[in-house]
Design a protein around this ligand. Structure first.
Ligand SMILES: Nc1ncnc2c1ncn2[C@@H]1O[C@H](COP(=O)(O)OP(=O)(O)OP(=O)(O)O)[C@@H](O)[C@H]1O
Ligand SMILES: [Mg+2]
Length: 344
Protein backbone atom coordinates (compact mmCIF):
# COMPACT_ATOMS: atom_id res chain seq x y z
CA UNK A 1 0.00 0.00 0.00
CA UNK A 2 1.31 3.43 -0.95
CA UNK A 3 0.36 6.67 0.75
CA UNK A 4 0.36 9.86 -1.31
CA UNK A 5 -0.21 13.32 0.22
CA UNK A 6 -1.29 16.32 -1.83
CA UNK A 7 0.51 19.10 -0.11
CA UNK A 8 1.10 22.82 -0.41
CA UNK A 9 0.78 25.22 2.50
CA UNK A 10 -0.66 27.78 0.07
CA UNK A 11 -4.46 27.78 0.27
CA UNK A 12 -6.86 27.37 -2.64
CA UNK A 13 -4.39 25.83 -5.11
CA UNK A 14 -6.63 22.83 -5.86
CA UNK A 15 -5.38 20.22 -3.34
CA UNK A 16 -8.83 18.95 -2.40
CA UNK A 17 -10.14 19.04 -5.97
CA UNK A 18 -7.14 17.03 -7.09
CA UNK A 19 -7.46 14.58 -4.18
CA UNK A 20 -11.11 13.95 -5.10
CA UNK A 21 -10.47 13.47 -8.82
CA UNK A 22 -7.30 11.42 -8.34
CA UNK A 23 -9.12 9.11 -5.91
CA UNK A 24 -11.95 8.52 -8.38
CA UNK A 25 -9.67 8.08 -11.39
CA UNK A 26 -7.38 5.58 -9.63
CA UNK A 27 -10.56 3.70 -8.69
CA UNK A 28 -11.71 3.72 -12.34
CA UNK A 29 -8.30 2.41 -13.32
CA UNK A 30 -8.88 -0.60 -11.09
CA UNK A 31 -7.11 0.34 -7.85
CA UNK A 32 -8.68 -0.02 -4.41
CA UNK A 33 -8.40 3.50 -3.01
CA UNK A 34 -8.70 5.01 0.45
CA UNK A 35 -9.21 8.79 0.65
CA UNK A 36 -8.26 10.32 4.00
CA UNK A 37 -9.41 13.81 4.94
CA UNK A 38 -6.80 15.25 7.32
CA UNK A 39 -7.87 18.85 6.78
CA UNK A 40 -10.02 20.26 9.62
CA UNK A 41 -11.93 22.20 6.92
CA UNK A 42 -13.22 18.75 5.83
CA UNK A 43 -13.77 19.86 2.22
CA UNK A 44 -12.86 16.46 0.81
CA UNK A 45 -15.50 14.85 3.02
CA UNK A 46 -18.05 17.38 1.75
CA UNK A 47 -17.10 16.50 -1.83
CA UNK A 48 -17.90 12.82 -1.22
CA UNK A 49 -20.90 13.01 1.11
CA UNK A 50 -24.09 15.06 1.48
CA UNK A 51 -24.36 17.26 4.59
CA UNK A 52 -26.93 14.97 6.27
CA UNK A 53 -24.50 12.04 6.12
CA UNK A 54 -21.59 14.18 7.32
CA UNK A 55 -23.67 15.33 10.28
CA UNK A 56 -24.42 11.70 11.24
CA UNK A 57 -20.68 10.85 11.15
CA UNK A 58 -19.85 13.90 13.28
CA UNK A 59 -22.64 13.20 15.81
CA UNK A 60 -21.76 9.52 16.33
CA UNK A 61 -20.17 8.63 19.69
CA UNK A 62 -17.26 8.44 19.14
CA UNK A 63 -17.41 10.44 15.88
CA UNK A 64 -17.03 8.20 12.78
CA UNK A 65 -14.22 10.45 11.60
CA UNK A 66 -10.46 10.78 11.85
CA UNK A 67 -11.04 12.86 14.97
CA UNK A 68 -13.01 10.00 16.54
CA UNK A 69 -9.99 7.75 16.03
CA UNK A 70 -7.51 10.14 17.71
CA UNK A 71 -9.85 11.29 20.50
CA UNK A 72 -8.48 8.85 23.16
CA UNK A 73 -5.01 10.32 22.62
CA UNK A 74 -6.36 13.81 23.04
CA UNK A 75 -8.27 12.90 26.19
CA UNK A 76 -5.25 10.89 27.42
CA UNK A 77 -7.46 7.83 27.74
CA UNK A 78 -5.32 5.41 25.73
CA UNK A 79 -4.32 4.80 22.13
CA UNK A 80 -6.26 5.40 18.89
CA UNK A 81 -9.68 3.86 18.25
CA UNK A 82 -10.10 1.60 15.25
CA UNK A 83 -10.71 4.11 12.41
CA UNK A 84 -14.22 4.31 10.92
CA UNK A 85 -14.24 3.92 7.17
CA UNK A 86 -17.09 5.11 4.98
CA UNK A 87 -17.49 2.99 1.85
CA UNK A 88 -18.31 5.29 -1.08
CA UNK A 89 -18.21 2.59 -3.78
CA UNK A 90 -16.83 -0.92 -4.09
CA UNK A 91 -13.09 -0.32 -3.83
CA UNK A 92 -13.35 3.34 -2.81
CA UNK A 93 -13.56 4.34 0.85
CA UNK A 94 -13.17 7.50 2.91
CA UNK A 95 -11.85 8.25 6.37
CA UNK A 96 -13.99 11.31 7.00
CA UNK A 97 -12.62 14.65 8.12
CA UNK A 98 -13.80 16.63 11.11
CA UNK A 99 -13.69 20.29 12.16
CA UNK A 100 -12.76 19.04 15.65
CA UNK A 101 -9.44 17.72 14.30
CA UNK A 102 -8.05 21.25 14.81
CA UNK A 103 -8.02 20.41 18.54
CA UNK A 104 -5.37 17.73 17.93
CA UNK A 105 -2.84 20.25 16.58
CA UNK A 106 -1.55 21.40 19.97
CA UNK A 107 -1.11 17.83 21.23
CA UNK A 108 0.90 17.03 18.08
CA UNK A 109 3.01 20.15 18.54
CA UNK A 110 3.91 19.39 22.17
CA UNK A 111 4.71 15.72 21.52
CA UNK A 112 7.12 16.24 18.57
CA UNK A 113 10.05 17.36 20.79
CA UNK A 114 9.11 14.72 23.41
CA UNK A 115 9.89 11.88 20.96
CA UNK A 116 13.51 12.71 21.87
CA UNK A 117 12.81 12.46 25.61
CA UNK A 118 14.83 10.04 27.74
CA UNK A 119 11.81 9.40 29.95
CA UNK A 120 10.32 6.19 28.46
CA UNK A 121 6.67 6.89 29.24
CA UNK A 122 6.87 10.46 27.92
CA UNK A 123 8.58 9.29 24.71
CA UNK A 124 6.11 6.40 24.28
CA UNK A 125 3.18 8.80 24.51
CA UNK A 126 4.89 11.15 22.04
CA UNK A 127 5.47 8.37 19.49
CA UNK A 128 1.88 7.15 19.78
CA UNK A 129 0.57 10.66 19.09
CA UNK A 130 3.04 11.44 16.28
CA UNK A 131 2.32 8.16 14.45
CA UNK A 132 -1.46 8.29 14.98
CA UNK A 133 -2.28 9.38 11.41
CA UNK A 134 0.06 6.79 9.93
CA UNK A 135 -1.53 4.02 11.98
CA UNK A 136 -5.06 5.19 11.12
CA UNK A 137 -4.24 5.22 7.40
CA UNK A 138 -2.54 1.82 7.54
CA UNK A 139 -5.37 0.14 9.47
CA UNK A 140 -8.15 1.69 7.39
CA UNK A 141 -6.34 0.77 4.16
CA UNK A 142 -5.81 -2.80 5.36
CA UNK A 143 -9.51 -3.10 6.28
CA UNK A 144 -10.41 -2.07 2.70
CA UNK A 145 -7.54 -3.97 1.04
CA UNK A 146 -6.59 -0.61 -0.47
CA UNK A 147 -3.52 -0.41 -2.71
CA UNK A 148 -3.23 3.34 -2.31
CA UNK A 149 -4.24 6.03 0.19
CA UNK A 150 -4.69 9.66 -0.89
CA UNK A 151 -4.26 12.22 1.90
CA UNK A 152 -5.81 15.67 1.67
CA UNK A 153 -4.40 18.22 4.10
CA UNK A 154 -5.12 21.83 4.98
CA UNK A 155 -3.06 24.86 3.95
CA UNK A 156 -0.49 25.12 6.73
CA UNK A 157 3.02 24.19 7.83
CA UNK A 158 1.79 23.27 11.31
CA UNK A 159 1.96 20.14 13.43
CA UNK A 160 -1.16 18.51 11.92
CA UNK A 161 0.41 18.58 8.49
CA UNK A 162 3.79 17.45 9.81
CA UNK A 163 2.12 14.32 11.24
CA UNK A 164 0.20 13.84 7.98
CA UNK A 165 3.40 14.09 5.95
CA UNK A 166 5.25 11.72 8.31
CA UNK A 167 2.52 9.25 7.28
CA UNK A 168 3.18 9.85 3.56
CA UNK A 169 5.44 7.79 1.31
CA UNK A 170 5.02 10.35 -1.49
CA UNK A 171 4.06 13.99 -1.97
CA UNK A 172 2.45 15.65 -4.97
CA UNK A 173 2.53 19.45 -4.90
CA UNK A 174 -0.49 21.22 -6.43
CA UNK A 175 0.40 24.76 -7.57
CA UNK A 176 -1.61 27.67 -8.88
CA UNK A 177 -0.02 29.51 -11.79
CA UNK A 178 0.84 32.64 -9.82
CA UNK A 179 3.58 34.42 -7.90
CA UNK A 180 2.31 33.12 -4.56
CA UNK A 181 2.70 29.46 -5.48
CA UNK A 182 6.11 30.18 -7.00
CA UNK A 183 7.35 31.91 -3.84
CA UNK A 184 5.66 29.33 -1.61
CA UNK A 185 8.07 26.66 -2.87
CA UNK A 186 10.85 28.49 -1.00
CA UNK A 187 9.13 27.64 2.30
CA UNK A 188 7.81 24.25 1.29
CA UNK A 189 11.22 22.82 0.34
CA UNK A 190 13.06 23.53 3.61
CA UNK A 191 9.99 22.52 5.65
CA UNK A 192 9.70 19.12 3.96
CA UNK A 193 13.45 18.58 4.43
CA UNK A 194 13.21 19.50 8.14
CA UNK A 195 10.26 17.17 8.71
CA UNK A 196 12.01 14.31 6.91
CA UNK A 197 15.27 14.63 8.86
CA UNK A 198 13.39 15.38 12.09
CA UNK A 199 11.43 12.14 11.78
CA UNK A 200 14.54 10.20 10.72
CA UNK A 201 16.26 11.33 13.91
CA UNK A 202 13.26 10.42 16.06
CA UNK A 203 12.53 6.98 14.66
CA UNK A 204 16.06 5.84 15.39
CA UNK A 205 15.71 6.63 19.10
CA UNK A 206 15.85 3.80 21.61
CA UNK A 207 12.60 4.93 23.27
CA UNK A 208 10.29 3.83 20.43
CA UNK A 209 7.63 1.62 22.10
CA UNK A 210 7.91 -2.08 21.24
CA UNK A 211 5.62 -3.18 18.42
CA UNK A 212 4.51 0.33 17.43
CA UNK A 213 3.85 0.54 13.66
CA UNK A 214 6.32 3.25 12.61
CA UNK A 215 6.18 5.09 9.26
CA UNK A 216 9.37 5.66 7.28
CA UNK A 217 8.40 9.31 6.73
CA UNK A 218 9.88 9.23 3.23
CA UNK A 219 7.60 12.01 1.86
CA UNK A 220 9.29 11.65 -1.53
CA UNK A 221 8.25 14.40 -3.96
CA UNK A 222 6.68 12.87 -7.09
CA UNK A 223 6.24 16.18 -8.88
CA UNK A 224 3.81 19.06 -9.21
CA UNK A 225 0.44 19.71 -10.82
CA UNK A 226 -0.31 23.24 -12.01
CA UNK A 227 -3.84 24.62 -11.93
CA UNK A 228 -3.70 26.95 -14.90
CA UNK A 229 -6.06 29.64 -13.71
CA UNK A 230 -6.64 30.50 -10.10
CA UNK A 231 -10.35 31.32 -9.79
CA UNK A 232 -9.71 34.70 -8.23
CA UNK A 233 -7.79 35.82 -11.32
CA UNK A 234 -9.97 34.19 -13.95
CA UNK A 235 -10.36 37.52 -15.75
CA UNK A 236 -6.65 37.73 -16.64
CA UNK A 237 -5.59 36.49 -20.07
CA UNK A 238 -3.98 33.03 -20.29
CA UNK A 239 -0.57 34.40 -21.22
CA UNK A 240 -0.35 36.17 -17.86
CA UNK A 241 0.03 32.73 -16.28
CA UNK A 242 2.65 31.29 -18.56
CA UNK A 243 5.40 33.49 -17.10
CA UNK A 244 4.83 31.89 -13.69
CA UNK A 245 4.51 28.39 -15.13
CA UNK A 246 7.87 28.84 -16.91
CA UNK A 247 9.56 29.52 -13.57
CA UNK A 248 8.23 26.44 -11.74
CA UNK A 249 10.94 24.00 -12.95
CA UNK A 250 13.74 26.11 -11.48
CA UNK A 251 11.83 26.72 -8.23
CA UNK A 252 10.76 23.07 -7.83
CA UNK A 253 14.15 21.57 -8.56
CA UNK A 254 16.17 24.01 -6.45
CA UNK A 255 13.80 24.14 -3.45
CA UNK A 256 12.03 20.77 -3.33
CA UNK A 257 14.26 18.24 -5.10
CA UNK A 258 17.53 20.12 -4.57
CA UNK A 259 18.87 18.87 -7.86
CA UNK A 260 19.80 20.35 -11.24
CA UNK A 261 17.09 22.04 -13.29
CA UNK A 262 16.39 19.87 -16.38
CA UNK A 263 16.94 21.24 -19.85
CA UNK A 264 13.71 21.11 -21.88
CA UNK A 265 10.45 19.67 -20.53
CA UNK A 266 10.37 19.26 -16.78
CA UNK A 267 9.65 15.60 -15.88
CA UNK A 268 8.51 16.79 -12.44
CA UNK A 269 5.55 18.58 -13.99
CA UNK A 270 2.91 15.86 -13.81
CA UNK A 271 0.11 17.87 -15.32
CA UNK A 272 -1.01 21.30 -16.38
CA UNK A 273 -4.68 21.34 -15.41
CA UNK A 274 -7.07 23.69 -17.11
CA UNK A 275 -9.63 25.58 -15.08
CA UNK A 276 -12.89 23.72 -15.57
CA UNK A 277 -15.01 26.73 -14.61
CA UNK A 278 -18.71 25.97 -14.15
CA UNK A 279 -18.17 22.20 -14.55
CA UNK A 280 -16.57 22.02 -11.12
CA UNK A 281 -19.58 23.46 -9.22
CA UNK A 282 -21.72 21.09 -11.33
CA UNK A 283 -19.53 18.16 -10.25
CA UNK A 284 -19.63 19.21 -6.59
CA UNK A 285 -23.41 19.47 -6.78
CA UNK A 286 -23.63 15.96 -8.27
CA UNK A 287 -20.92 14.69 -5.87
CA UNK A 288 -19.10 13.21 -8.83
CA UNK A 289 -15.77 13.89 -10.45
CA UNK A 290 -16.01 16.11 -13.56
CA UNK A 291 -15.19 13.18 -15.85
CA UNK A 292 -18.26 11.23 -14.69
CA UNK A 293 -20.79 14.02 -15.31
CA UNK A 294 -23.64 13.12 -17.65
CA UNK A 295 -26.36 15.01 -19.52
CA UNK A 296 -28.66 14.33 -16.54
CA UNK A 297 -26.22 16.31 -14.37
CA UNK A 298 -26.34 19.21 -16.85
CA UNK A 299 -23.22 18.35 -18.88
CA UNK A 300 -24.65 19.01 -22.34
CA UNK A 301 -23.30 20.68 -25.50
CA UNK A 302 -19.75 21.96 -25.08
CA UNK A 303 -19.78 20.73 -21.47
CA UNK A 304 -20.06 17.13 -22.73
CA UNK A 305 -16.88 17.60 -24.78
CA UNK A 306 -15.09 19.08 -21.78
CA UNK A 307 -16.13 16.05 -19.70
CA UNK A 308 -14.34 13.82 -22.26
CA UNK A 309 -11.27 16.07 -22.20
CA UNK A 310 -11.26 15.96 -18.41
CA UNK A 311 -11.40 12.16 -18.45
CA UNK A 312 -8.32 12.00 -20.69
CA UNK A 313 -6.43 14.59 -18.62
CA UNK A 314 -7.14 12.95 -15.27
CA UNK A 315 -6.48 9.47 -16.62
CA UNK A 316 -3.04 10.57 -17.79
CA UNK A 317 -2.42 12.31 -14.47
CA UNK A 318 -3.50 9.30 -12.38
CA UNK A 319 -1.41 6.92 -14.50
CA UNK A 320 1.64 9.17 -14.12
CA UNK A 321 1.20 9.30 -10.34
CA UNK A 322 0.44 5.56 -10.12
CA UNK A 323 3.59 4.74 -12.09
CA UNK A 324 5.84 7.09 -10.14
CA UNK A 325 4.58 5.79 -6.80
CA UNK A 326 4.56 2.18 -8.13
CA UNK A 327 0.98 1.70 -6.93
CA UNK A 328 -0.88 -1.64 -7.29
CA UNK A 329 -1.01 -2.59 -10.99
CA UNK A 330 2.13 -0.55 -11.73
CA UNK A 331 4.02 -2.66 -9.21
CA UNK A 332 3.30 -5.77 -11.26
CA UNK A 333 6.02 -5.24 -13.79
CA UNK A 334 4.53 -6.82 -16.91
CA UNK A 335 0.79 -6.96 -17.66
CA UNK A 336 -1.71 -4.30 -16.64
CA UNK A 337 -4.90 -5.14 -14.77
CA UNK A 338 -8.12 -4.65 -16.76
CA UNK A 339 -9.90 -1.35 -16.21
CA UNK A 340 -12.85 -1.32 -13.86
CA UNK A 341 -16.11 -0.70 -15.73
CA UNK A 342 -17.62 2.68 -14.96
CA UNK A 343 -21.04 2.53 -13.32
CA UNK A 344 -23.77 3.88 -15.57
N1 LIG B 1 -9.34 22.48 -12.18
C1 LIG B 1 -10.23 23.31 -11.59
N2 LIG B 1 -11.18 23.89 -12.33
C2 LIG B 1 -12.09 24.74 -11.77
N3 LIG B 1 -12.09 25.09 -10.49
C3 LIG B 1 -11.17 24.54 -9.69
C4 LIG B 1 -10.19 23.61 -10.18
N4 LIG B 1 -9.41 23.24 -9.14
C5 LIG B 1 -9.89 23.88 -8.07
N5 LIG B 1 -10.94 24.68 -8.38
C6 LIG B 1 -11.71 25.53 -7.47
O1 LIG B 1 -10.78 26.36 -6.79
C7 LIG B 1 -11.14 26.50 -5.43
C8 LIG B 1 -10.01 25.98 -4.54
O2 LIG B 1 -9.85 24.60 -4.81
P1 LIG B 1 -9.57 23.56 -3.64
O3 LIG B 1 -10.59 23.69 -2.56
O4 LIG B 1 -9.42 22.24 -4.29
O5 LIG B 1 -8.17 24.11 -3.14
P2 LIG B 1 -7.36 23.69 -1.84
O6 LIG B 1 -5.93 23.85 -2.17
O7 LIG B 1 -7.80 22.36 -1.37
O8 LIG B 1 -7.84 24.80 -0.81
P3 LIG B 1 -7.51 24.82 0.77
O9 LIG B 1 -6.09 25.28 0.86
O10 LIG B 1 -8.49 25.79 1.34
O11 LIG B 1 -7.69 23.43 1.29
C9 LIG B 1 -12.42 25.72 -5.22
O12 LIG B 1 -13.50 26.60 -5.34
C10 LIG B 1 -12.42 24.74 -6.36
O13 LIG B 1 -13.74 24.38 -6.72
MG1 LIG C 1 -8.49 21.78 0.50
Amino acid sequence: MKTIALFNNKGGVGKTTLAFHLTWMLHHLGERVLAVDLDPQANLTAAFLPDEEVELLWDAKPPSTVYGAVEPLLERLGDIHEPSVHVVADGLALVAGDLALARFEERLAETWPRCLDDNPSSAADAFRVTTAFHRIVTRAAAAQSATVAILDVGPSLGALNRAALVAADFVVVPLAADLFSLRGLRNLGPTLAEWRTGWEERRKRPRVPDGLDMPTGAMKPLGYVVLQHAARKASEPARAYSRWIRRFPEAFHSNILRDAVPVGDDPSRISLLRHFRSLLPMALEARKPIFDLTAADGAIGSHAATVCDARAVFEELARAIGMRAVVGQWAQSSSEKPRRKRDG
